[in-house]
Design a protein around this ligand. Sequence first.
Ligand code: ATP
Ligand code: MG
Length: 313
Amino acid sequence: MNATDIEELPGVGPATADKLKDAGYTDLMAIAVTAPQALADAAEIGASTAQKIIAAAREAADIGGFETGEALLEKRKFVGKLTSGAKALNELLGGGFETQAISELFGEFGSGKTQIAHQLAVNVTLPVDQGGLDGGTIWIDSENTFRPERISQMATALELDPDETLKSIHVARAFNSHHQMLLAEKAMEVAKEYNARLLVVDSMTAHFRAEYIGRGALAERQQLLNKHMHGLLRFGDVFNAVICVTNQVMAKPDAFFGDPTRPIGGHIVGHTATFRLYLRKSKGGKRIARLVDSPNLPEGEAVFLVDGNGVSD
Ligand code: ATP
Ligand code: MG
């Protein structure tokens, strides 16, 4: 089975192909990562047919199986590094924000999480030899803190065309946690069209935190966050993209996690994120980033600056 086009999938005739395309399933990857019922509804086919089509698309798109260590090492060779704009911060991360991984920025309000995300969205448009990934951004905004004006400022500081930079960023507001998860799925479908090499979810945890309150809701919240993060990780894998998510620290001690400087989301978020940066404010616009729990880098700290031009040393 080596279909390259959705019409070549078994069970997809011309009529079904048209319906699928109308519903946005324009390539194998979009079908491979969708849920059977969603596909069944879109193409007005039975659930079992949908399942077969998805299985064939997965095989053709080469996802979902086991991989050897050798194959994984080969894939690691394609890992890209996106510059943060600050050399010290890049060094802390082993060269920059890695693709095929989730990088979590956590810290209190004003610590620079959203600023770094804006800077990454500008920098990702740079060519590879300048620390970019020559791509665009998909931005899921749950707190209404994306600011196009700030992007323009940062782009101008790098002598980039602000309008071109803004055109490369695709922003969607997430109105609740369920919607946020839907948008993450939607991102899989549009990533290719947008040439997205960066996915930002700012904030990843705010809606979950607001909606699932108290001990009774904790298990469900963690389960959904887990699912959400694995979806994000898959995006990073499939599109060789940087995933940047933000997470607040709790303002007051939590019944479960106690420590007020612990990020919310607990173990689930901590274990799924590949790189965790704890940000805190310092004097004169300076910020301190601490790398915690990295799989292959030592813990350490870096000082960086946030000013009118963006993130720098
Ligand atoms: P929250 O948890 O509230 O979302 P955050 O960690 O996302 O917080 P940011 O929005 O990244 O916080 O940081 C805001 C800070 O960034 C401001 O307090 C200010 O110090 C700095 N900042 C933002 N824009 C500019 C600018 N144009 N010039 C200089 N500094 C700026
Ligand atoms: Mg913010």
